[in-house]
Structures are given as structure tokens and as C-alpha cells.
Design a binder for this molecule. Structure first.
Ligand SMILES: [Zn+2]
Length: 126
């Protein structure tokens, strides 16, 4: 897939599935998920409030090249909640913050963070 390090396919597809899952659980109008374009990989993620699209990064770039490791699990989980909340609330206002923290709580209960950590460790050993 374009805009993905070849070692990140499994991680990315898990993140995509989880974004769909949490969007459905919170009734959020998510239309599609894509990897963050390589050129924009200084950002963790992006959300188009109008079209319902989310772009998410699982590995940063350093001077145009992929970093040696994927992003930390807490960064990915945090970005997922952050961008999902933007589907309903464009600005970082109190409604956005309520939704963002609500999704983070769900993520924590659903042990998504632990699952991401396992994938991160597995990757580090290869
Ligand atoms: Zn934001």
C-alpha cells in the first residue's frame, strides 16, 4: 500500500479496523481511513470534518525517509481518539474534548493500547 512502510501493513490494518470499530461504537460519521501521505508525516493524523475521512500515521519520516521504528502505541492510540473526535467537532472546544476523552476511555477499556504495544514489541524484535 502507498504511504506505508512495508513492515507496517499489519499494524496499519489493525489501526484502520479499530478506527472503524470506535467510530461505529460512538456513532461517528467515518467514511474512510487512509495512511498519512508520506509528505505530511510530520503530523500524527488528519481529519476532514466535511467528508468524514481520516488519515493516520503509524511511522514518522526523517528527512523524507521512514524512521527505523513505528510510532509508539500511546501516540497512535491518542491520535485515533483525537481524529475520531474531530469527525463531530472541528475545533478543539469542550465538546471535542469530551468526545476525545470519551473515546480514549473506550480505547483503554477495550485494551487497544495493550494490543498496540504487543504489535510494537513484536516489530522491534524482527
Ligand atoms: Zn486536532
Amino acid at each position: 500500500m502507498k504511504n506505508l512502510h512495508k513492515a507496517d501493513r499489519e499494524l496499519y490494518s489493525f489501526v484502520e479496523d479499530m478506527l472503524q470499530f470506535y467510530a461505529a461504537a460512538h456513532n461517528l460519521p467515518l467514511k474512510s481511513v487512509s495512511p498519512m501521505p508520506k509528505k505530511r508525516c510530520k503530523y500524527f493524523g488528519e481529519c476532514d470534518h466535511e467528508s468524514g475521512e481520516i488519515w493516520i500515521r503509524v511511522r514518522r519520516t526523517v528527512k523524507g525517509k521512514w524512521a527505523s521504528q513505528p510510532d509508539y502505541p500511546y501516540q497512535i492510540a491518542d491520535t485515533m481518539a483525537h481524529e475520531l473526535a474531530h469527525l463531530l467537532c472541528r475545533k478543539h472546544d469542550e465538546n471535542w474534548f469530551k468526545l476525545y476523552t470519551g473515546v480514549l476511555m473506550e480505547i483503554s477499556k477495550g485494551r487497544l493500547f495493550e494490543k498496540l504495544r504487543c504489535m510494537f514489541k513484536k516489530r522491534k524484535n524482527t
